[in-house]
Design a protein around this ligand. Structure first.
Ligand code: RAM
Length: 521
């Protein structure tokens, strides 16, 4: 899963006016003081782990800890914020530093896994574990990092034989830009759907910070594929449209070579677009701007940012071959999903058609007839190209030189509506379900697209049963917030090399609130 496509001769083009507009929209974070609710142990539970009640939180002040002692605190739900606690000594005067290890876990397994054994692809620094020497006791420890967690373990590596330590006043100042009071209560609904909505809202809360983050534990940055789903969910939940606007201005204000919108951005220590370009992610700028305008009718933003959207289309259509098919590449050039071995060509083709439809609308809003005509020409060409990937005998779209058949390719061709026929779209989705091509979907992001494709093509009941089998199952597996990766058939999936670096509060998993509130009530 290595992310390897750093662009050669990378440069960043900055639009100061856009950056100023983005800056003016940085939200004040809502802060809430949270304290742990109980002391727990983490016990094996089949292939997984679960937290089991050990004692009331009031017991904490009576627990004296020396070498190798530990305590696990359960904050009752997933939180994102800054932790502080008091640590005092008991026994003789402290004659050596207290040396402690602190671990934070979004889910129980992170507390029990051994970080020393991690050798995955992405940075070990994401693991939420700290080692502290405390020279002077008593003291107040204010941890400088922001953590995403429900569980906090404090293990004493050593004190001395003459004294022990006691923890007091453990608390977390949680931070978010999501205001729960803006969310409309749902009508009476099946309890499992109401619970999926609650968990999805909590997921949104964790990811809504000074911008939309992909995950508050990892990667803590703005990825545009995640933004698209967050923005759509936000429109039916928190209504924080300025946060979407903030992110749109940042993406347009910090482009890569030739004005390409980057796949992700950093906001600290300074604004910086990453040197990762993804075909689909750049195109989603067009769709996000279109959705934002449809939601807000904000003319100023539309006028400011339409040129950036046009640019993404122009860069993308350069990738079409003579037959109107997006050229395939060997590198990590397009995201679509993390499924191993997935060929991206057909999915990319679908996304191009999907974004072109929005591009034409933006040109129409812009009263730019020439552009609208030009883009309609591209659309026709891209749909014709898509149909060249249709294998009538197999009844599937095929992708790449090996003519691969995957779930993702079918889903994107349906969302792009290349058939222009709901009955055919639904038939293709049903055929996919029956045949179950072996290149399956692995992320909630891809599942979201599958579910939306079903709903949009008159298959609400089927969509609902997949939602229950996917996010519903995640809830049964203990999700307080929805996870970055989940496979009900392989619950130990950890594509980055270990569960310790998976994100268990991940923006692109917030979709149940969107589907429920937009389509099911
Ligand atoms: C991972 C993150 C992020 C996603 C990218 C493509 O790094 O999960 O959310 O958008 O991949």
């Amino acid at each position: 899963m290595a992310i390897t496509n750093s662009m050669e001769n990378f440069e960043m083009i900055v639009n100061d006016d856009f950056i100023k507009k983005a800056d003016a929209l940085i939200p004040e974070l809502i802060k809430t003081e949270i304290t742990p609710e109980q002391i727990v142990t983490i016990e094996p539970d089949g292939d997984n782990y679960k937290a089991v009640f050990k004692s009331d939180i009031e017991e904490l002040k009576n627990i004296e800890m020396g070498r190798d002692d530990k305590v696990i605190l359960d904050f009752g739900n997933h939180n994102v914020g800054y932790v502080k606690f008091n640590i005092t000594s008991a026994g003789s005067p402290p004659d050596a530093p207290a040396y402690i290890r602190i671990k934070f876990g979004e889910i129980p397994v992170e507390i029990v896994e051994n970080s020393g054994e991690y050798s995955g692809d992405i940075g070990k620094g994401w693991i939420q574990e700290e080692f502290l020497h405390i020279d002077i006791l008593p003291t107040v420890i204010e941890m400088p990092r922001r953590y995403a967690f429900r569980y906090m373990e404090i293990k004493v590596i050593d004190t001395s034989s003459k004294y022990r330590v006691v923890l007091e006043k453990v608390s977390c100042t949680s931070v978010t830009s999501a205001d729960m009071s803006k969310v409309t209560a749902l009508p009476v609904l099946d309890e499992d759907l109401a619970e999926m909505d609650r968990v999805a809202l909590r997921t949104m809360q964790g990811c809504m910070q000074k911008g939309f983050e992909d995950g508050p534990k990892r990667d803590r940055r703005l990825w545009i594929g995640d933004l698209r789903l967050q923005a759509q969910t936000n429109y039916v939940t928190f209504h924080n449209n300025d946060l979407v606007k903030h992110d749109l201005y940042l993406y347009a204000g910090l482009t890569m070579n030739e004005g390409r919108v980057g796949a992700c951005l950093f906001t600290e220590p300074k604004y910086q677009v990453d040197d990762t370009a993804l075909f689909d992610y750049s195109l989603f700028f067009v769709s996000i701007l279109y959705d934002y305008y449809m939601e807000t009718k904000d003319e100023e933003t539309r006028k400011d940012l339409t040129a950036t959207a046009y640019r993404q289309i122009e860069l993308a259509v350069r990738e079409l071959d003579d037959e109107g098919i997006v050229k395939d590449k060997e590198t990590w050039w397009c995201f679509i999903d993390w499924a191993d071995g997935l060929n991206k060509q057909a999915g990319a083709q679908g996304i191009l058609v999907y974004a072109l439809r929005h591009g034409i609308k933006l040109a129409e809003f812009d009263q730019n007839e020439e552009k609208a005509k030009e883009y309609t020409g591209y659309l026709e060409k891209a749909i014709a190209g898509a149909m060249k990937l249709w294998d009538a005998e197999k009844g599937f779209f095929v992708s790449g030189s090996e003519k691969q058949i995957s779930w993702a390719s079918q889903v994107w061709m349906v969302l792009a509506d290349v058939f222009g026929d709901k009955a055919k779209n639904a038939q293709l989705l049903e055929h996919t379900i029956v045949i179950d091509p072996k290149i399956r979907m692995v992320t909630p992001y891809m599942y979201h697209h599958f579910i939306e494709a079903l709903v949009q093509n008159n298959r609400k009941e089927v969509a609902l049963s997949f939602m229950r089998a996917y996010w519903g199952e995640m809830v049964k597996d203990g999700a307080d917030t929805f996870w970055e990766l989940y496979d009900p058939a392989d619950k130990n999936v950890a594509p980055y090399g270990s569960k310790m670096v998976n994100s268990y509060c991940h923006a692109w998993s917030c979709s149940p609130s969107y589907i429920i509130r937009k389509y099911l009530i």
